[in-house]
Design a binder for this molecule. Sequence first.
Ligand code: GSH
Length: 328
Amino acid sequence: MNNKDPIVLIGSPPSPYTRKMIALLRFKQIPYKVIWGDPVQLLTSGDLANLNIDPPKPSLLPTFILENESNELSAFTDSTPLIRRFEKEYPSRNCIPINPVLSFLNYVLEDFADEWVTKYMFHYRWHFDEDIDNAGTLLPLNQVVNLDSKSLSSFKEHIAQRQIGRLGVVGSSDVTAAAIERSYERFLNLLEEHFSQFPFLLGNRPASCDFALYGQLSQLVGFDPTSRKIAHKVSPRTVAWTNIMEDLSGLEVSDEDWIDEDSELRSNGKEDFEYLSLEPPYRASNSLLSDVSEAALFLDAESFRVLRPYLVSIPSPSSLLNVNTHSL
Ligand SMILES: N[C@@H](CCC(=O)N[C@@H](CS)C(=O)NCC(=O)O)C(=O)O
């Protein structure tokens, strides 16, 4: 295999990590071939059985067929390390920033999208009847479009029951539902603000964190009806961004396109654009928080209400939590 051979991956359209990786390959202009389907079936009895490759353990979407260290074809999963591998093998149009601060932020945001935004995705898909019906129907049809109606209804029932049974594993329950939904809306509001300044998370070019977020939003905005309605209401810019992220093969990029240090969010601070989103808008004071009400910037309304009695903005013997020194 050399860099001219297309990369082969097995995936599925309703899989956020599949969408993450296809969008990334397109941006990097890496030739690829997608095989829609189930890796275990394809590698053991289907079209790829002649390759004699063991299916990955655990079997995850997407599965890539790549050379291992002994130059033999093998099955690989896990998007984040695979992106780092592709960055080495295809260095142009890099999506890991060179600047170490940005690179760190990129890692954190990629992880946030992969591990937290996916909770919104799984929750909205399997918590509400309309969404269960939608996903239950489309997941089997995405494997076999011309599936007969009888098999469709039995697959639909089987998949829905299996996935609903997994809600607890990702932390979604009747107790946590409201917190997950509040977090989704809060995040959409932040994105709406951010996308009014920059077209991508780290400036004027996409990083791996954009592709991770796109993967999840391809579902939240493009597949699951309840989360789609919320996104359209709360953040039209996020909806537009999600559409654009799908194919950035024609975007011209340069090293100047990364966000500059003056506009970076600092880990313990809020930048102007977040304060400007408040009513009335104001600019960052570049000093410590002067009033506990400013902690509302970091917290949703319910958490702020609960924590408010325990907060002070300047250290004092009676303070339980100092908003200037605790990360919230
Ligand atoms: N950490 C993996 C996660 C991949 C993943 O969880 N894929 C899902 C589909 S989007 C999956 O295959 N789940 C197993 C299943 O549904 O049985 C990555 O980044 O690629």
